[in-house]
Ligand binder design. Structure first.
Ligand SMILES: Nc1ncnc2c1ncn2[C@@H]1O[C@H](COP(=O)(O)OP(=O)(O)OP(=O)(O)O)[C@@H](O)[C@H]1O
Length: 608
């Protein structure tokens, strides 16, 4: 018998480039002699490229006491002709200076609306409201790599610059989340980073703050003027349009009145408008891979001056669908190689095979795992119910009725329902609507306008039920999602982790219900393991299915506890002779089991 789920809750892409399939070759074999259009017939050496290497640490002005290897460039801060711009100081530091980007002074839209006025005297020490940081206290943290900078406990310990500090207060962030405590000092020290932390734990700020602060404080060669190509200093890639839009919104808040300009480019929206934005100047470009390739091919963007590269949902960006495009952007255009740029990879899941691929993009990096790699947060109450396909709709209806009966509905209790196919999403949305449940849908066959409209009405609570394919599985931070229902389970446990992570964010609790039947046998073991790991009640029947070990194709199948590990710690990596002894530099504040899964070539993602 099912229980009423509501009792247990206290509070509550495809990109323009869908995965094209095909696996990528290794970095070395892929590197081609492609010359971007704006560099053709041009002596490359004439372009300002080389950052000053090996200078004094770029963060020697930062109030951070750990071992600093420092920023890799611009340490001596030569005058490259910056004309104003990054004053980095509070309100007076605002306005776009006439920097190398060449845009004219314009009025910056206040991304905080009326909330921008903060008490400048307010310190970071005050208690925050709404965020239950105690929920993160016992979380195991593992770092490995050489000379790992120590974590901080407060924002006050890291000097990100007055303007950024003010924006942190405007965001009402009082304390850094665990991933921020570790990742920000590592990034400020100029180190490459592969970071894995649970969904909803603040990874966006963890990579945005150091990038913004680094651009404010760094010195960079003068960017060419008078050409129609723009030269961003930082690139943030994400797999879906909506996630890129969200990162852009967040980054604009964090960089308000810093003089750092953030622009977004994604598919499905008119390119001309995005080009106009770019031509007004760009320091940080947030983009989806397909639209970025388009811009690069049109010579509208050059990656030649990129100093910071961040891949959000990095494992997704490097899986079979996206990897060729990412390699093209990162390795085959004009981006500086690892070691000359700072690279940061973030996700809540990081299969070892993907870690191995990712290491091509990194130089002497630090691996950080906050919580077990690929684990779900125990802020999410997970339920799994046995439901035959033919009964799913009526079962869903029961859940929604129970929700209403318990008063858990409306704009403060949104429900996100994941299905496998785009057709299935349309059909379920229609069925819900004709049965009196205000629903909308988002998937890769909808126009961009429809996708954005669906998200808007969902967020507002006008349609408090959103039926979605995996296009909405990763990264989206939608307040008040109290219930995630896996109407169709994905085929991959990591996709499940990201889906349920749309609830239970930033210390709040949430509920996730999965419908399971014989069609999901391969998920029985990884699902049971994951639930057990997150201290959830695993139904008897699921344990029985799991013990019959059906999960041949799933990366975690066939093994006991899976753990969060740096793949460089594997004996096979060290045997290959490439590895250094990363154990020496590592530390772990939590016990990890051995990762016993494998990410075989047969693994597919349920992405659409
Ligand atoms: N230090 C902080 N204090 C309070 N709230 C924070 C802090 N850092 C981030 N948040 C909030 O936490 C929420 C989740 O953050 P974010 O979207 O960056 O999570 P994430 O780790 O990237 O999740 P996902 O894995 O799903 O992409 C956001 O609403 C963000 O504003």
């Amino acid at each position: 018998m099912r229980n009423s789920w509501a009792d247990s809750v206290e509070n509550v892409a495809t990109d323009n480039v869908g995965p094209s399939g095909g696996t990528g070759a290794s970095a070395s074999t892929r590197r081609s002699s492609y010359v971007p259009p704006h560099l053709r017939n041009k002596p490359i050496a004439a372009e300002p490229l080389a950052p000053s290497q090996g200078g004094p640490p770029g963060n020697d002005r930062l109030g951070f006491n750990g071992p600093t290897s420092g920023s890799r460039w611009g340490g001596s801060r030569p005058d490259y002709g910056r004309q104003g711009g990054y004053s980095g100081g509070g309100r007076s530091g605002g306005g776009w200076g006439g920097r190398g980007g060449g845009w004219s002074r314009e009025r910056e839209v206040n991304p905080f609306g009326n909330d921008a006025d903060v008490d400048l005297e307010q310190s970071f020490d005050q208690e925050n409201t709404g965020i239950n940081f105690d929920a993160y206290e016992d979380i195991p943290v593992e770092t490995s790599g050489e000379n790992v900078p120590p974590p901080v406990n407060t924002f006050a310990e890291i000097d990100l610059g007055e303007a950024v500090n003010l924006n942190i207060r405007r965001c009402k962030y009082v304390k850094p989340t665990p991933v921020q405590r570790y990742a920000i000092p590592i990034s400020l020290a100029g180190r490459d980073l592969m970071a894995c932390a649970q969904t909803g734990s603040g990874k966006t700020a963890a990579f945005c703050f150091p990038i913004i602060s680094g651009i404010m404080r760094g010195s960079f060669p003068q960017r060419p003027r008078g050409v129609r190509t723009v030269f961003p200093l930082a690139l943030i890639l994400s797999p879906t349009r909506e996630l890129s839009m969200q990162i852009h919104e967040e980054a604009k808040k964090f960089s308000y009145e810093t003089g750092v300009r953030v622009v977004v480019a994604y598919g499905g929206a008119p390119i001309n408008q995005q080009l106009r934005e770019l031509e007004r100047g760009v320091d940080i470009l947030v983009a989806t891979p397909g639209r970025l390739v388009d811009l690069l091919e049109r010579a509208k963007v050059s990656l030649q001056m990129i100093r910071y590269l961040a891949l959000d949902e990095a494992d997704r960006m490097l899986d079979m669908g996206f990897e060729p495009q990412i390699r093209r952007i990162v390795e085959q255009m004009d981006m500086p190689p690892p070691g000359e740029r700072q690279t940061m990879l973030f996700s809540a899941t990081f299969p070892k095979e993907i870690q191995r691929l990712a290491s091509d993009f990194l130089a002497n990096y630090i691996f950080l795992a906050v919580g077990r790699v690929g684990s779900s947060t125990d802020l999410i109450v997970q339920r799994v119910e046995f439901v035959h396909d033919g009964d799913k709709r009526s079962h869903l209806m029961d859940l929604l009725h129970a929700q209403m009966a318990n008063g858990v509905h409306g704009k403060h209790a949104l429900t996100l329902v994941f299905v496998e196919t785009k057709k299935g999403a349309d059909a379920l949305e229609h069925w819900l609507c004709i049965n009196g449940f205000p629903a909308t849908a988002i998937h890769g066959d909808r126009t961009q306008q429809e996708r954005e409209q669906a998200l808007r009405t969902f967020k507002r609570g006008d349609t408090p039920i959103l039926v979605a394919t995996d296009v909405a599985a990763r990264g989206l931070d939608i307040p008040h999602v109290s219930h995630v229902i896996n109407f169709d389970l994905p085929n991959d446990i990591d996709d499940y982790v990201h889906r349920i992570g749309r609830t239970g964010r930033a210390g709040k609790t949430g509920l996730a219900t999965a419908f399971f039947n014989e069609g999901n046998l391969s998920m029985s073991k990884p699902l049971a393991d994951l639930m057990q790991e997150a201290n959830q009640e695993v139904p008897e029947w699921l344990t029985r299915y799991a013990s019959r070990s059906y999960g041949g194709r799933n990366r975690r199948a066939g093994g006991g506890r899976f753990g969060g590990r740096d793949f460089r710690r594997d004996s096979s990596y060290n045997r290959s002779g490439v590895g250094v002894n990363y154990y020496d530099g590592g530390n772990s504040s939590g016990g990890y089991g051995n990762y016993s899964g494998g990410y075989g070539p047969g693994v597919t993602s349920a992405w659409d």
